[in-house]
Design a protein around this ligand. Structure first.
Ligand code: 9MR
Length: 571
């Protein structure tokens, strides 16, 4: 039975806050007791919060003074007792480590040995071009007429160029084996931001920081391979993706993928993501590998210029195909990506021209768009603002103080949203419907609070991050931790083509530190579909078939690394 007292099943920081959510019909405050080994540590009364529409439950909040560090705490209230939890400052190092290892395990084109994956999930190199899979070492462009919808619309009409590229390496995106520049770009940027923060904290040479940079480098080298070479149409732009011709069944190990793979035509969004991530990578890897840093910066400049020349080559919504073999990552507004690329190029080069481009961008401070509403692969407007705010000084950008103020204001908005949520999570879509990857959106909101803390040192923001992660680790309507291996009851069947624990119980769950996409009000897959119409938090099922609520991806695990690394050392 899931306890009605919902806590962060991993534990709470010694600096607090320690809050829990009680599911109860009681209309008046009820007493709670904090116990350890049966002994009373503290007691108090709950705060009734009424009906919570996101959970479809009546709830109270327990606000508990943080006790001395230790393990084995429990909260008792209303005739029920919570799972055990710890209190301490060393709770998140393991999670940061594991969440980062996830990326190594997503690597394509290289053997994943038992030393990193354990014996059950060690696997040969995928997509290296050996029979029977066609491999990523020589991938042709999608031939004309290969992306025609059932209504007869050719999604890539007018695209006639053809060449073959070596696009091996990089990370598989998710539970599928596609590799997408748009999503690779944001995920690697988030890891690079971790490396930058560690450097600001004087820990650039720690083993963890080195691993972060090595992992980011793996993806950056792949991004470079996705750039259209000189002499071809749209030279300098980035191919949007390399994916299978058709979806493969579950499970399919990468080296056994029988599908032909194709490069899809370039897109402006992918090109700008490449420009942003490569420019940032050039800074972060400058000491480790000056030659690579130079190549990255050159590629970023070329990509940026190519995107200005071809500003609206949009990736089509390939979901319209009968069997797309990969996701669309389609985006009709690329101004936010343009601002992001300009900001990273500005930070790396200091050149005033990039600052000028940024000023004219609708997502920049004073612009017409709200960069803070959503931060994900499609809406990237908040990323450059956080990056600019955190940079020590940007001479070409006198507006830097205004940018810093905007970050703090955005964080204030998330703190207000958090106070309104009885489960303590700063995620509150205005229509009440949770998005695909809602856990990822919560995590990126937490990165905004973390950035605000780094900029202002106001402890309210640090506490906001600490409380916000409670939701992912069990303080939610399902009483479930969404992170494999963390918590008393955790998601163990994330949608993946190789972590097939559910299909073959001899296999272990996905590796620890893997976050599930989370509740999705649209319940788009057949497994979650019966949950349609339920309260948002209940639109989730821990089933390998539920790609719409339970997939793992690089762009959700990357902010998990950010948040966990922040909580290891808030400073
Ligand atoms: O995360 C993406 C989500 O925002 C979209 O609504 C959804 C449908 O287009 O696609 C999600 O991304 C998937 C991608 O297309 C393919 N790899 C797995 C991704 C996570 O489910």
């Amino acid at each position: 039975m899931t306890p009605r007292v919902r806590v962060n099943q991993l534990g709470y920081l010694a600096t607090g806050p320690l809050r829990a959510t009680l599911v109860t019909d009681a209309t008046r405050p009820v007493p709670w007791r904090l116990e350890r080994a049966g002994a009373l540590v503290a007691q108090g009364g709950s705060t009734p919060r009424g009906h919570d529409p996101s959970a479809g439950l009546d709830v109270h909040v327990l606000d508990v003074p943080t006790p001395a560090p230790g393990t084995g705490y429990r909260l008792a209230a209303d005739g029920d007792t919570s799972d055990e939890f710890a209190v301490g400052d060393d709770l998140y190092a393991g999670l940061a480590d594991d969440a980062l290892r996830f990326f190594h395990l997503q690597r394509s084109g290289v053997e994943i040995g038992p030393d990193v994956a354990g014996p059950a999930y060690a696997r040969p190199a995928g997509h290296r071009g050996a029979h029977p899979n066609r491999g990523d070492t020589a991938v042709p462009c999608l031939p004309a007429g290969h992306a025609v919808t059932p209504d007869g619309v050719d999604l890539y009409e007018g695209w006639t160029d053809s060449h073959v590229l070596d696009v091996s390496g990089g990370w598989y995106d998710a539970g599928d084996q596609g590799k997408y520049v748009v999503n690779g770009g944001i995920a690697v940027a988030q890891l690079l931001a971790v490396a930058e923060r560690l450097a600001r904290r004087g820990r650039a040479d720690s083993p963890f920081a080195r691993r972060v940079r090595a992992e980011a480098r793996w993806e950056l080298e792949w991004l470079l391979r996705m750039q259209v070479p000189a002499g071809h149409r749209h030279a300098g732009m980035a191919h949007h993706k390399v994916v299978d011709e058709r979806w493969t069944p579950l499970p399919t190990l990468p080296h056994l993928d029988p599908q032909p793979r194709y490069l899809h035509r370039p897109s402006t969004a992918a090109t700008l993501n490449l420009a942003a991530a490569a420019a940032q990578g050039a800074r972060v890897l400058a000491t480790d590998d000056p030659d690579l840093a130079q190549r990255l910066l050159a590629a970023a400049r070329v990509a940026y210029a190519a995107a200005l020349e071809t500003p609206d080559l949009l990736a089509p919504d390939t979901n319209a195909l009968a069997d797309a073999g990969g996701g669309p990552y389609d985006d009709t507004d690329v101004d936010d990506e343009r601002g992001w690329a300009a900001a990273e190029l500005l930070l790396t080069t200091g050149e005033a021209a990039y600052a000028e481009d940024l000023r004219g961008n609708p997502w920049f401070v004073g612009g017409t768009r709200d960069p803070w509403a959503v931060l994900d692969w499609q809406w990237t407007g908040a990323l450059p603002l956080m990056q600019l705010a955190l940079a020590p000084g940007v001479p070409a950008l006198p507006e830097q103080d205004a940018v810093r103020a905007a970050v703090a204001q955005a964080a204030d908005r998330w703190l207000a949203a958090q106070r309104a949520q009885p489960f303590g999570h700063p995620y509150a879509p205005p229509d009440g419907r949770y998005a695909w990857g809602s856990n990822g959106r919560l995590l990126t909101n937490l990165t905004v609070l973390a950035a605000a803390y780094d900029v202002t040192r106001d402890p309210r923001y640090r506490d906001g991050v600490a409380e916000g992660i409670d939701y992912l680790l069990g303080r939610n309507a399902l009483g479930l931790s969404y992170v494999t291996g963390y918590g008393t009851r955790y998601a163990a069947h994330q949608h993946s083509r190789w972590y097939a624990h559910q299909l073959d119980p001899r296999l272990p769950p996905p590796p620890p530190g893997t976050v599930a996409g989370g509740p999705n009000s649209d319940v788009p897959d057949p497994v979650a579909a019966p949950l349609s119409g339920r309260a948002a938090q209940l639109c989730y099922v821990d089933d390998i078939g539920s790609y719409g609520t339970n997939e793992l991806t690089i762009n959700w695990n990357a902010p998990l690394v950010q948040v966990a690394a922040f909580l290891v050392d808030p400073g």
